[in-house]
Write a protein that binds this ligand. Structure first.
Ligand code: SF4
Length: 576
């Protein structure tokens, strides 16, 4: 039995994927007689794109540059990411190259997603792009797997997973299963198998994803894949937890089950070439718990990926860090826990210090009073350099409506404590929560302005109504009059539009948000550090502490031409 696990294009190529690494380790331990191979096709997608742009096979243009200038700048941006040392190269320079890379990601990935969608439904695409997708699956085909599993974390990966699955099936007889956070948070994941991909053009062909995915796994993958690998016939599938599949014409949705977190082995990153990720040194992901201890935020569905909240023993987590450090020579880590509570953080930081680990790390947390000056100092002493805080808004009414469980005055204090302890704060801000008024939005802007010295990275966006969130389930409690079903394919473009009975409309929110971009850009060290968070950790860990509060004065040499992104001409260019 051979199993291929695939990290699907595309996620930022700055860190190896954690999910497939954990699954691989678990399945190898439980079934030493099977061969598990992991492929980061997201990283391969990027590396191959860089080569093709450099070689002129993809004639890609950014801004008002010609192809050669674009290729040269992209190559330099990649090289900068891989060699950046914050003490030798300025943040201004970082921001410059990160802006170019982000523009490349936004435009290239949107175009490739459109190509993938067309290829998926059988419409013609340029030969060189067809070849690009065919080349991506070659390592998987070479492994001759009996079962292929796609890990899908984000919406944008669905179309790529479906196309690559289709291409694999064209070349070999194999069963394909798709799972991951994206599928796990859907309230009706079976829709992926049962709803045709509707095209904008009525005459365009349709496809049902059950033609490419034999099974879906909703929820955690360990037990499901274990039993699926052992299933010898279709009758056995009934015993595979979390599995969604068709038995003949009948759709089957099996009950959910989870593996004990404390018996999970440490993730296996040995199939990844860590030196190929776009960081000067590897940053490894780690998880000490599954789910969220709070689980109440009314806009959130993240925690739905897991059944409840489960923690691993702190001693075991620290032993894992030790193991990873030794195995991969890595000293930078990102904790992917939905959030670490103050009490657990205290134990974790204490244990890291007691064990004498020399590491730096980042983590997610909720800004509550218990993050006192002493606790922040302890956390910093244990190596934490970046804390990512769900601040979300500055109006207490909105925070209460979100059920964040935070007090905005305490939030400010926590940011100060963390900064004074020597850590960087990345904050998340959400504009336009249903019923938010312009005054309340302004409160968030004022909050950000007032705390600019303690906000080092910023992830700001407008509210998006997510299927399965409490707001979606009980819209009337959030002043939502009506929710409109997506006009385009609900599978590929599942954004829900809505009308509110009070507060700003979504259009007004976007206008305010866009109008304040310049202001928001001036708050953090670099806005790009909110996107490429591994780089923020590297900056926090490696930058001379004496300069820790350096801010960018003005922005990069972005010339006016960089701002005028001519995406249409770029797409035309690639499309020929
Ligand atoms: S937003 Fe964060 S804290 Fe709130 S429920 Fe979701 S994961 Fe938990």
């Amino acid at each position: 039995m051979k199993l291929a696990l695939i990290a699907t294009p595309h996620t930022h190529p700055t860190c190896p994927p954690l999910g497939p690494a954990i699954l691989s380790a678990y399945l190898q331990k439980k079934m030493p007689y099977i061969k598990v191979s992991v492929f980061d096709l997201s990283l391969n997608y990027y590396l191959s794109s860089f080569d093709k742009i450099k070689e002129g096979i993809f004639s890609f243009r950014l801004y008002k540059w010609d192809e050669k200038t674009t290729a040269r700048n992209l190559e330099q941006a990649v090289s900068f990411f891989k060699s950046w040392h914050p003490n030798h190269r300025s943040l201004k320079e970082y921001h410059h190259w990160a802006t170019i890379f982000l523009s490349f990601e936004n435009i290239f990935n949107a175009f490739m997603a459109e190509m993938a969608r067309k290829a998926l439904v059988g419409q013609s695409i340029p030969k060189r792009i067809e070849t690009f997708f065919e080349d991506l699956i070659q390592p998987v085909l070479a492994a001759r797997p009996d079962l292929v599993g796609f890990s899908i974390l984000y919406q944008q990966q669905v179309v790529f997973a479906a196309l690559l699955a289709k291409l694999i099936k064209k070349r070999m007889k194999v069963k394909i299963v798709a799972g991951g956070a994206k599928i796990s948070v859907m309230i009706a994941p079976e829709k992926l198998l049962t709803t045709p991909l509707v095209q904008e053009n009525e005459d365009a062909p349709e496809i049902l994803l059950k033609e490419v995915f034999d099974y879906l796994i909703s929820g955690e993958g360990e037990l499901a894949l274990y039993y699926l690998c052992q299933a010898e016939n279709s009758a056995d599938l009934a015993n595979v937890p979390n599995l969604i599949y068709f038995n003949g014409n009948n759709l089957r949705i099996n009950p959910l089950a989870i593996a004990e977190t404390d018996i999970l082995p440490y993730p296996d990153f040995s199939d990844f070439k860590l030196e190929n990720y776009l960081t000067p040194e590897p940053v490894l992901p780690i998880m000490t718990s599954r789910g969220c201890p709070w689980r109440k935020c009314t806009f959130c569905t993240h925690h739905h990926s897991y059944l409840g909240y489960r923690t691993r023993r702190i001693e075991d987590c620290v032993a894992e860090i030790k193991f990873l450090q030794k195995q991969y020579g890595c000293s930078l880590f990102y904790f992917y826990d939905e959030m670490i509570s103050p009490l657990r953080f205290k134990k974790l930081a204490g244990q890291i210090i007691d064990e004498g680990l020399m590491i730096h790390y980042g983590a997610y947390a909720k800004p509550v009073k218990k993050f006192s000056p002493d606790l922040c100092k302890l956390i910093q002493r244990s190596g934490c350099r970046v804390l990512q805080w769900g601040v979300e808004a500055a109006s207490q009414r909105i925070l209460d409506l979100m059920c964040k469980g935070t007090d905005i005055q305490e939030v400010e204090k926590v940011l100060i404590h963390a900064t004074q302890a020597g850590m960087y704060n990345l904050i998340f801000i959400l504009f336009g929560f249903p019923s938010e008024t312009t005054e309340e939005l302004q409160q968030s802007l004022t909050f950000v302005d007032r705390n600019r010295e303690n906000i080092h990275a910023l992830c700001a966006g407008t509210f998006v109504l997510t299927e399965g969130s409490q707001i979606h389930m009980e819209p009337e409690k959030f002043f939502i009059r009506q929710i409109q079903e997506p006009i385009k394919s609900p599978i590929l473009y599942p954004v829900l539009d809505y009308d509110v009975s009070q507060g700003m409309t979504t259009k007004e929110t976007r206008e305010h948000f866009n109008a304040n971009q310049k202001f928001l850009n001036g708050i953090p060290l670099s806005r790009r550090l909110g996107t490429y968070r591994e780089h923020l950790l590297i900056y926090g860990a490696r930058h001379n502490a004496a300069k820790r509060n350096e801010k960018i004065i003005g922005y990069l040499p972005i010339t006016p031409e960089i701002k005028q992104t001519t995406s249409l001409s770029i797409i035309r260019n690639l499309n020929t």
